[in-house]
Design a protein around this ligand. Sequence first.
Ligand code: MN
Length: 251
Amino acid sequence: MPDRPVILITNDDGVHAKGIRALRAAVQAFAHVIVVAPTREQSATSHAITIDRPLRHIEHETDLHSIDGTPADCVYLALFEPRFLPRRPELVLSGINHGPNLGTSVFYSGTVAGAREAAIRGIAAMAFSAPVDADHEATARHAAQLAQRLLAADKPAGRAVLLNVNFPKQTPRGVRVTRLGEQIYEEHVVPRRDPAGREYFWIGGRVVDSGEQEGTDTQAFADGYVAVTPLELEATNQSHMLLATRLVTDA
Ligand code: MN
């Protein structure tokens, strides 16, 4: 079937994670799928790339590769080292992450970064996340359906489409197009001592408030809907241009 689209899949939970296995199986129904994913878990590595050490590659089987780096490393290598892909992919998918990536989590998420790296390179991309205890197979079928629709969709000129998709724990009540909410975590530091008496820290806490305003991904997720948020690659804050101009202008 020479007309099958080429789809690259990555994640941040590692090549052996259930979420990526389920997504690969579901997308293989309509596409030539190549997985290039981190060898070990890379959750919360955001958009880091590895430039201070060599990147090792394992070919687990045909079209199933792992790299001992980050999700962004995986997408970069897959796109620019010719051995991985038969041609430039039509779509890049990341996930399905074990855990939601809602609101401000998109800044920490390795899953979202894997998709964003593709979008920066001009390729349409989707990041998928679901609660750890969600039904991976059902979620993967739904994710594959959304991917198939994006493949077929007319895409606007300009920057590549980047969609952040979060599935609820239970069977979805529907799908909503959303904007990012404000996922608020405990601002928490735990100081402890190791057996040698040296101090160490654990940072990061649980979600304490999902800032569930109308139209947000956090609200849709809380209501039991799939949340689809289109993400922007433009990071300039136009509303702070004037402030910045005043700072650098002599009084
Ligand atoms: Mn993860």
